[in-house]
Ligand binder design. Structure first.
Ligand SMILES: NC(=O)c1ccc[n+]([C@@H]2O[C@H](COP(=O)([O-])OP(=O)(O)OC[C@H]3O[C@@H](n4cnc5c(N)ncnc54)[C@H](O)[C@@H]3O)[C@@H](O)[C@H]2O)c1
Length: 367
């Protein structure tokens, strides 16, 4: 492999552009290839980043781009076929979240990474936020003790991303807000709890806004791939009760619980994005109400020498896709790839699959 990694990006939407920016800014890579179906955006972004190889068909980029690494930033049901094709061609892959439209497809991606001995990472940018990063440091230092309960959610007042676009089609997206934004909060909660093992999931889901044409995000309409067909096939609110065991903040065998909720549209005063942790030595909550996160917060409740103490730790700089891409490149460069075959994304996919299966069955799903 050359000293400088040759990078490509499939997908020219908001997500793809975050990956392009990150590769272009990282001295370890050269952004040499793009693929996407909007010819005007392909030309504009290709010129902006001085990209040599530009294709409408991603297979051409994989075959002729002479790449080392590639980001897959397309509608969710394309993550598996595109990632598997890239892995089989010997590339390392950073796929956008959610990993795939279901856990079966996610497992196929893991298998492709294993058989080709390549890195497969999933871009969970929100765990790189300043409040999450500082909370993780405090948890690892034992400030919260053993975390036995957590609540996490991302709820929007009116935020269906492109009502009628691929986001609202079951076969393309796999599901609604639980797949799209709930997965970020699931990732943050499991990351902070030290990756406990999932035992069982009980879920419920509702579609009360989308089918009636309500709840569309302003500013999104018509900008997403496939916009136009107004049929609505996914939930607009989902909630899950997740039974967990072990994890680095608890002894093996000890159980914990996560209550997860997500919605694209609901009658609430304002958007809510939060993760609250209940530990044996302290509690903590992180939260913000805008995706940009300028209003992010971290609060810790504990006791110091027996005296109740409310602490507002200083929050360091926030990162997102820049850090997700940088961490991926560091892993590729390290040669230490065994823990980077997509396992983290698969765990989240299994929980979300179980949430939907439980909602359909009206009963808890034991994993
Ligand atoms: N991590 C985050 O914060 C974040 C934010 C937004 C979206 N996403 C994820 O990123 C992915 C893309 O979302 P988006 O909002 O950018 O979508 P989008 O609809 O804006 O863009 C999708 C892109 O994929 C391209 N594409 C579709 N089919 C293709 C094909 N067969 N070959 C080549 N290109 C093809 C389209 O041309 C388009 O450029 C989704 O999985 C989404 O969940 C992640």
């Amino acid at each position: 492999m050359a000293d400088t990694l040759r990078a490509g990006v499939i997908g020219l939407g908001w997500a793809g552009q975050q990956h392009m920016k990150a590769y272009a800014a990282d001295p370890r890579t050269e952004l040499v290839g793009l693929a996407g179906m909007e010819s005007d955006a392909l030309a504009r972004l290709g010129d902006e980043y001085g990209v040599e190889h530009r294709y409408a068909d991603y297979a051409d980029l994989i075959a002729r781009g002479e790449l080392d690494v590639i980001s897959v930033c397309t509608p969710t049901s394309l993550h598996a076929p595109m990632s598997i094709a890239a892995l089989d061609a010997g590339l390392h892959v950073l796929s956008e979240k959610p990993m795939a439209e279901n856990a079966t497809r996610a497992k196929e991606m893991v298998a492709a990474a294993e058989r080709n001995d390549r890195v497969l990472d999933i871009s969970f940018n929100h765990r790189r936020r300043g409040d999450v990063t500082e909370a993780k440091k405090l948890i690892e230092a034992g400030v919260l003790g053993r975390i036995y309960y957590a609540k996490a959610g991302w709820l929007r007042r009116s935020g269906i991303p492109g009502l009628g676009s691929w986001f609202t089609k079951k076969t393309l997206a796999g599901g609604g807000p639980m797949m799209d934004i709930g997965v970020h909060m699931l990732d943050i909660a499991l990351h902070l709890m030290g990756e406990p093992e999932v035992k069982a999931v009980s879920g419920a889901s509702y579609a009360e806004f989308g089918p009636r044409g309500r709840g569309a995000a302003t500013g999104y309409a018509g900008t997403k791939t496939g916009s136009g067909d107004t049929s609505y096939e996914v939930e607009d609110l989902a909630t899950a009760f997740v039974r967990l065991e072990g994890g680095s903040t608890g002894d093996p065998g000890l159980t914990s619980t996560l209550l997860l909720e997500s919605s694209w549209a609901s009658y609430i005063p304002e958007d809510q994005i939060y993760c609250t942790l209940y530990g044996t030595e302290g509690g903590a909550t992180i939260g913000w109400s805008r995706p940009g996160g300028g209003d992010q917060s971290l609060e810790v409740w504990t006791q110091l020498a027996g005296v109740p103490a409310d602490v507002r730790p200083a929050i360091g700089p926030s990162h997102g896709h820049d850090a997700a891409v940088a961490d991926f490149l560091t892993t590729v460069g390290s040669g230490d790839w065994a823990d980077h075959r997509g396992q983290v994304g698969l765990t989240r996919a299994l929980i979300i699959d179980a949430c939907y299966a439980s909602a359909d069955a009206g009963a808890e799903i034991v994993l």
